[in-house]
Design a protein around this ligand. Structure first.
Ligand code: NAP
Ligand code: F7E
Length: 373
């Protein structure tokens, strides 16, 4: 059963956003016992949810911005829920939107976060061709809104920008590093280049501790269902359980450097712990094609991918990023960050998780399948 949502967010009893949770209820008057306060945009997304896990485990007080939606959109952070009336709650959610600067200024001013992780974005590359203006506004200008809010509010927050390997696009160098020139191939990539340079510019102009994490693809069981890895792991589970017969995909030749998301959010945190801000590539330094992912994922459950994968040109992009492979040597040297989960294990983790979800759903509904039997 779903919990009532209103008590999960940082609202006081009159429904106003709490300026400071310590002013409320049993927390009133208590000294700030937490290490640091962080604000996460995009907390309901894959990375935001893992980052919230990580920061809470480190003792942070975590605030997240969520969008008002007509359906529940907090499934990835529901496990972190605690009733806001209980003493010691450290996760607070606030309504907001990257298109609404006044709200962002108010939130940042009232929260005075030590660290801001800006992960919110329209993050789907294919979709960015359908809604380019919206993507530019949210994924691009949204970053300037946060940076300006930091200046306007006069806070000393450290800032993390979720930059992307999509900025390399038509790659000018193999592997890609922090100095490889950008050549974005989608409205999403263009918006991310804007945000990257905005971050650099605010660092240089105003001395902000503002860093870019140039992250290559990172996946997990919490990955959105329309990204190709999760689309594959879900379909493998459903086909194995006899619920589907085919999976429609676009370009199977594209190559990506795929890592494991929980490891990448640790890298974000490390960037903000450095004395000086900087820009860092996080990647595995391995590249694999979509076809290889399909082969491994189907093969893991004893199926031949060629019997199930069909082509649908709707999933092709007007311009493709053919090859991504990152060199994370700088992150290794300066942050002591290095990925441990490699491609075959990532595929297994994702397929196992989707099989588990399906089996759990089937046992709740009493449905049997060959796999569940
Ligand atoms: P994601 O799962 O798509 O999550 C995106 C988050 O942004 C969600 O919480 C979403 O809220 C929120 N959001 C979207 N539009 C918004 C708006 N107008 N106002 C406020 N919030 C909004 O993305 P992710 O995979 O976690 O990636 C996190 C960030 O890293 C993104 O900026 C992405 O572009 C970037 N990135 C990702 C990768 C990767 O491989 N995952 C690699 C490089 C960079 P809803 O839940 O309400 O939709
Ligand atoms: O596509 C091909 C597609 O949508 C990967 C985002 O997190 O990572 C992500 O962007 C590849 C592409 O991720 C389908 O053409 C084939 O070549 O899973 P994806 P992405 O575009 O790499 C970067 C780093 C980000 O920053 C983004 O936010 O797979 N592909 N067939 C397909 N892709 C999808 N989605 N669906 C298909 O059916």
């Amino acid at each position: 059963m779903r919990r009532p949502f209103a008590v999960a967010i940082g609202l006081d009893k009159n429904g106003h956003i709490m300026k400071n949770p310590l002013e409320y209820g049993k927390n009133k008057g208590k000294a700030r016992a937490v290490v640091k306060r962080a604000l996460i945009t995009g907390i309901t997304g894959q990375d935001g949810s893992y980052l919230a896990d990580l920061l809470l485990a480190k003792g942070y007080e975590v605030h997240g911005i969520i969008r008002r939606a007509s359906t529940f959109n907090t499934s990835r952070i529901d496990h972190l829920y605690q009733d806001a009336h209980v003493h010691g709650v450290r996760l607070f959610l606030h309504y907001g939107d990257l298109a609404d600067s006044v709200n962002l200024v108010k939130l940042i001013y009232s929260l005075q976060p030590d660290e801001i992780y800006h992960l919110g974005a329209q993050s789907h590359v294919r979709v960015s061709f359908d809604i380019p203006e919206y993507t530019a506004d949210v994924t691009g200008v949204g970053t300037i809104r946060i940076l300006e809010a930091i200046r306007e509010a006069g806070v000393k927050s450290r800032f993390y920008q979720a930059s992307s390997s999509e900025m390399f696009g038509k790659v000018q160098e193999v592997p890609q590093t922090e100095t490889t020139p950008f050549w974005p191939r989608s409205p999403y990539g263009v918006a991310k280049v804007f945000s990257y340079w905005a971050t650099v510019n605010y660092r240089e102009s105003y001395g902000l501790h503002a860093s870019n994490g140039i992250l290559f693809n990172h996946e997990s069981p919490r990955r959105g269902e329309t990204f190709v890895t999760r689309k594959l792991s879900r379909a493998v589970a459903r086909i194995k359980c006899g619920l589907e017969k085919a999976l429609f995909l676009g370009n199977l030749d594209a190559r990506r450097d795929w890592g494991y998301a929980p490891e990448y959010v640790e890298g974000m945190w490390l960037m903000l712990q450095q004395d000086n801000p900087g820009d860092y590539v996080l990647a595995t330094n391995e590249t694999h094609s979509v076809r290889e992912f399909a082969e491994l994922a189907f093969g893991y459950v004893g199926l031949d991918w060629k019997e199930y994968v069909r082509h649908d040109e709707r999933y092709e992009r007007p311009a493709e990023v053919d090859l991504l492979i990152g060199d994370a040597a700088k992150a290794k040297k300066q942050l002591d960050w290095e990925p441990k989960i490699r491609f075959p294990e990532l595929v297994r983790i994702m397929v196992d998780a989707d099989l588990g979800l399906l089996k759990a759903a089937q046992s709740r509904s009493g449905v049997q399948s060959e796999w569940a039997a």
